[in-house]
Design a binder for this molecule. Sequence first.
Ligand SMILES: [Zn+2]
Length: 448
Amino acid sequence: MERDKRGYYARLDVPPTASASEIKAAYRHLVRQHHPDRGGSGSGQEIREINEAYHILGDPQKRASYDAESGEAQENRNDTLNNFNPLICRSCHKITAQPRYLIFRNVYSFLFFTTRVPVQGIFCAPCAKSVALKSTVITSLLGWWGIPWGPLLTLGNGFHNALGGRQDASQNDVLAWHNVNAFLQSNHIALAYGLAEKLLKSQNREIATAAAEITVLCRSNGFKPAGELKDPWGAVRSQAPLRLAILFFLPFVLSAFLVANHDPPPSRFEPEQREAASDYTSIDTAGGFELDQPSAPVIATPLATCATPPSNGTVLSGAENLVSEGHVLEIDNGSSGNAIVKVRDAVDGSTYASFYIEQGQSASIEGIKDGQYEFQVDTGNELDSECSFFAGDITGSEFPDPEYLAKEYFNVYSGEGYLYQSLQYTLYSIPGGNVRPVTTSADEFNSD
Ligand SMILES: [Zn+2]
């Protein structure tokens, strides 16, 4: 797992894309599970390791530098692998040429209770704009109402949210530098050139020097500068005054409105309080509260979609090809959607078997015969009416190298038999995990 240099995410059993509340929930779950006082089996060592991981990942600032550090580690490795992907926005999952690592903190406060929920990661400018607005509105509406910390934290954090999130310029330069290299490798020279020009003024001397070398190289190879690369972040900055106004005036306008309309009396305010209160309990106990992606309250789907989605691990095709004793393929789906994985015969390209893995779950198929296989993966949220592939625009991807699976004969003391291989892959929506899928076309994915 490259995005997890010291294995902290793995220790808490969450993907690097996990939200703050998912991390907290995972931590609590593990502590409960391992705690000797609660009849758990864990050793002191295990608990110490879990605590160490949570100490870093539970703190937004520490997590940001850990992510950056892991990113650099990945970059170095990628250098040697000669395989670089441009960075992806954690919110829309699209490639973003000029990414930034941002930390927002939503403040919830009521009576004597105050809490902050961080939303952080790599964002593209359009998503940053909407997350900044959302964080500002949430904090403005729900942050002020508890003592003593509500107003204090709302001021400090609300201010940062309104200005577009906390960020660190040198961290952002590292991300941009990653993209310069990714674009160079994928032959988007003009884009790489434009980005490199922007990095000439980086505070990070190493990056500034390397960027200068790239620009010289581009120029001497006859490339013209792309002109000033458009700055998508201008739009995020220009909305800051609006967000500041929301932060300070929304609660007062709202209260004035409530006071002026005191018939129908407090009932107008109640739903909000109730909503706030239920947020607290879910943060505090269940922890399954997802802020940045109001996890799809499965909206009424259009007609031509799958009525009953397959359950996790369902074999969609090729069940007849699986034998009782064979190799195992296990997929851990940490990506941003449900996934269909296709196992193809690498020789003739036919589909050997395919199966379905729900988001955040893992599933495996067993009984794959000896042979050489390629693996393709497609992620999405809505299946077509026959529940066999994802509806809408499909971007399938495939694992870069075919795998050769062959059983091995063994004879150890008394027993003899065959050993089968077990492949395990982890899918992530951001470069990392042990799979770096190569994009393939929808037609290619859906062909048999
Ligand atoms: Zn985005």
